[in-house]
Design a protein around this ligand. Structure first.
Ligand code: ADQ
Length: 478
């Protein structure tokens, strides 16, 4: 069996041999353990000069990590990836900036990483690249003569052409993406946006089987919604119920209802609007004063990107203002915690709450929404209030779906969730568990990798046929 080579901006840090938990980390590691392989990417360290990867082997998985120079970090990571691509792909053009030097740095780092990876490759390796930091990575590998199958999965949304075009080198980026053999998106809407750009811009054509012919390349483009392991999460949530932080949360509630939100602290997650909609609930329904609290857990990320500093300040201001307005001596409406929790503990915390409040302004999928549902006690489950702009909304039919820009609608949904009868909660929970089991994390990984292997095989068969027939044919994946 061929080795799987996973490439992501950041290799999850290994702690006592266990990588940090999270959808991507768990899914990737499982896939690697089954087939054996390599996880290649940035170590998280800054170094004075790029050097060969540091190799660490654990079982049949090899971690190959490299450092980035300060300049690379600033231009590639903090700059073009997180100050241009991330905001624009989340429809926040107002927060996006473009800097030519940063874009040059993004291209340079992709080329350097490709060179560093090439030295580790074997001819029958399958390469699976992840996320927006690495859009041109396959093109860089192809330029070095790499002929292996290369797939790409985008974890965040892909914007509609009008929004994509606001990034000055958008066409160069899309053209580079066409060097992949398979491109996977979270939702069909994202896949459609990519195909629309190709077709409306007359850069190529697509067919019903998901094949795209563009820029002289054939590739498969599909939607592969990422999943979780719902039963494992349910078990962990139950097992961790008696841990101290979970007991403290329960004891602190003293019969109050709990609305729970967990996100990385990011402007795409809609935290300000969420706090304001909770405020609207308290304004509209004074009967809930003293009877419900919102717990928001949001560890800071990308703290050296200015827009992230700003959202943190705004949010602290809003939490303080709303608490100042409504708090009583024995009741704090919003508990806002800037910290990380161990994954299993987090699932047990979810299980204590009556409402999961997940309202991003835009999100590729949003695993928290799925984890919240999976963590619930089926006999007495909480209700999920979910943004229509999370990829997860397509897949969680039992959620109360809201528009996160409509504060009144969100406040009404919260009230409905807090008062929902048990039978309805149970039915909604069951409606969501079934599709999550059917489309779990293994399905995501296996479907993507099967398509990558198929496309690669089909291409090489076609390439041989073309060679035999000695005719001029459309160019095939290299
Ligand atoms: P994220 O934007 O990080 O992921 P999400 O999908 O919700 O968003 O995943 C976050 C993960 O981190 C979850 O597994 C969650 O449990 C964990 N987490 C969050 N806060 C935590 C805390 N305080 N302590 C511990 N763990 C915490 C990107 C895309 C998403 C897409 C995923 C996976 O932006 O749209 O769903 O990748 O593809």
């Amino acid at each position: 069996m061929s080795r799987l080579i996973v490439v992501s901006n950041r290799v999850a840090p290994t702690q006592e041999g266990r990588p940090a938990a999270g959808g991507l980390a768990i899914g990737v590691l499982d896939a690697l353990k089954e087939s054996g392989g390599v996880w290649f990417g940035w170590s998280g360290e800054t170094v004075s000069e790029p050097s060969a990867p540091v190799i660490e082997k654990q079982g049949n998985v090899t971690y190959a990590t490299v450092g980035l120079t300060k300049r690379d970090y600033d231009q590639y990571y903090r700059g073009f990836s997180n100050a241009t691509l991330w905001p624009t792909f989340h429809y926040r053009n107002d927060l996006s900036r473009y800097d030519r030097q940063e874009y040059a740095g993004y291209q340079r780092v992709n080329a350097t990483l490709a060179k560093q990876l090439k030295a580790l490759l074997k001819p029958d390796d399958i390469i699976w690249v992840h996320d927006y930091h690495l859009l041109p990575f396959a093109r860089c590998l192809r330029e070095l003569g790499v002929k292996n199958p290369i797939g790409f999965f985008l974890h965040i949304p892909f914007p509609v052409p009008e929004v994509l075009r606001t990034i000055p080198p958008h066409e160069e980026l899309v053209k580079a993406m066409c060097s992949y053999d398979v491109i996977g998106f979270q939702t069909d809407a994202d896949r459609q946006s990519f195909v629309d750009f190709i077709e409306r811009g007359q850069h190529g054509t697509s067919s019903e089987d998901g094949m795209v012919h563009a820029y002289n390349r054939f590739l498969k483009v599909g939607a592969y919604p990422i999943g979780i392991y719902p039963d494992a999460i349910a078990k962990a949530a139950e097992q961790f119920t008696d841990r101290k932080p979970v007991r403290s949360l329960r004891d602190g509630m003293r019969g109050r209802k709990l609305i729970m939100s967990v996100d990385r602290l990011d402007y795409s997650k809609g935290l300000v609007e969420r706090f304001q909609a909770f405020e609207r609930l308290l304004l509209n329904a004074p009967g809930w004063h003293g009877r419900v609290s919102l717990v928001q857990i949001a560890p800071p990320t990308r703290a050296d990107v200015t827009t992230y500093q700003r959202i943190r300040q705004t949010l602290e201001g809003e939490a303080g203002r709303i608490n100042g307005r409504f708090a009583q001596l024995d009741w704090t409406p919003i508990q806002y915690l800037n910290r990380k929790y161990e994954r299993n503990l987090l699932m047990a915390l979810f299980r204590q709450s009556q409402v999961g409040y997940v309202t991003p302004l835009r999100d590729g999928m949003n695993l928290v929404a799925k984890e919240y549902v999976a963590s619930q006690d089926p006999a007495d489950p909480g209700v999920l209030v979910l943004s229509q702009f999370a990829g997860a909304a397509e897949q969680l039919p039992g959620a109360l779906v809201v528009n996160p820009f409509d504060l009144s609608q969100m406040a009404e949904a919260l009230e409905r969730a807090l008062s929902m009868p048990l039978a309805e909660r149970q039915a909604r929970h069951a409606d969501m568990m079934a599709p999550m089991r059917e489309n779990n994390l293994s399905v995501w990984r296996d479907t993507f990798l099967a398509d990558l292997r198929n496309v690669a095989t089909a291409s090489s068969v076609a390439a041989k046929a073309v060679k035999r027939a000695d005719v001029t044919a459309p160019s095939l994946p290299e």
